[in-house]
Design a protein around this ligand. Structure first.
Ligand SMILES: Nc1nc2c(ncn2[C@@H]2O[C@H](COP(=O)(O)OP(=O)(O)OP(=O)(O)O)[C@@H](O)[C@H]2O)c(=O)[nH]1
Length: 312
């Protein structure tokens, strides 16, 4: 990331807000359908709770948000704007502990295994992260471990060229573990700070996927017993509640240390991020709100919460 000036911040907030507009419209429209101004009674609380659940925030979060509202405003007149403000404040508080950008530790290279189902946005996320960290002066390398699809390898090479970072790749069908081994070795030799390893995500063959990822882990640990230093799970926000089962499956495969939520711009289900945070307490490393190279940013709870509630 370059200098975090207030102009840039506003620019990103604008993009985030626009990106989350489908999710926020769903919430604000359902709230507006319930009331504009009215005394806060149990019936209103129940209706708001249902609307939050319908917006993918999950029952636990919905109950927590309405409990805060009831604590502060029960039996008092509330406007829909006030409710959105109270919810945004509480969502930001809930998300604060999970907002943790990818931290590059002392290991060289810092090895990051990037996992997730096909099409979730792994390759795009890796390309965007490469740009972000390269702009911070880090030496970055990419490994095209999704050898199952030739197009995935090609796509990663394009991202590598764009960011001007080396890409370790082999032909379609090559052994991903062997490739990962070579990549860690090469990264060590070349004094790379951050090595991002792409993987295939064929969930339709869960046993095969687990075996493949386990082999990658075994092999790279031969070079560095502490690797990988992070295992990032990339989730497509458009899948909504299905993201919960993806987290559960990938947690069995590797020690997931962080989440990246992509395609928040194409989803009306952005609320799922809050439900995932509440349930799994895993760090949200970054979010994606578009296909462009600068459409991935560290996750900022306050901005996310206000955007979700359509507040400035
Ligand atoms: N709108 C939008 N599209 C995105 C975002 N992130 C990724 N995409 C798009 O989603 C599609 C799939 O992304 P990939 O990065 O190829 O996904 P993958 O997980 O690597 O998929 P495989 O290579 O099939 O394993 C591409 O068309 C991306 O441009 C995002 O934040 N917003």
């Amino acid at each position: 990331m370059t200098q975090d000036t207030s102009v840039e911040k506003r620019g990103w907030f604008g993009r985030l807000k626009a990106g989350l507009s489908r999710s926020s419209a769903k919430i604000t429209e359902s709230f507006a359908g319930i009331f504009t101004r009215r005394k806060l009674d149990q019936a209103l609380i129940d209706e708001l709770e249902e609307a939050l659940i319908a917006a993918d925030l999950g029952p636990a979060t919905a109950a927590r948000l309405t409990a805060v509202l009831a604590r502060d405003r029960f039996d008092k007149e509330v406007s829909v704007e006030e409710v959105r403000g109270i919810f945004a404040g509480e969502i930001a508080r809930m998300l604060e502990p999970v907002a943790k950008p990818l931290a590059i530790g002392p290991a060289r290279p810092h090895v990051v295994l990037v996992v997730g189902v096909n099409g979730s946005g792994k390759t795009t996320t890796i390309g965007k992260l490469a740009r972000l960290y390269q702009a911070q002066g880090k030496k970055v390398m990419l490994a095209a471990g999704d050898t199952f699809r030739a197009a995935a390898v090609e796509q990663l090479k394009i991202w590598g060229e764009r960011a001007n970072v080396p890409v370790i790749a082999r032909g379609e069908g090559a052994d991903p573990a062997g490739l990962a081994f070579d990549a860690v070795q090469a990264a060590k030799e070349q004094g790379i700070d951050l090595l991002l390893i792409d993987t295939a995500g064929r969930l339709q063959n869960k046993a095969g996927l687990m075996e493949e990822l386990a082999k990658i882990l075994r092999v790279i640990r031969k070079i560095d017993a502490t690797a990988p230093n992070d295992c990032l799970l990339v989730l497509d926000a458009t899948v909504g509640q299905n993201a919960h089962s993806q987290v559960e499956i990938f947690k069995q495969v590797c020690d997931v240390s962080g989440l990246v939520l992509t395609k928040l711009d194409g989803s009306a289900k952005g609320g799922v991020l809050v439900a995932l945070a509440e349930r799994f307490k895993l760090p949200v490393v970054a979010i994606g709100v578009g296909e462009g190279p600068d459409d991935l940013k560290p996750f900022t709870p306050q901005e996310f919460a206000r955007s979700l509630m359509d507040l400035d």
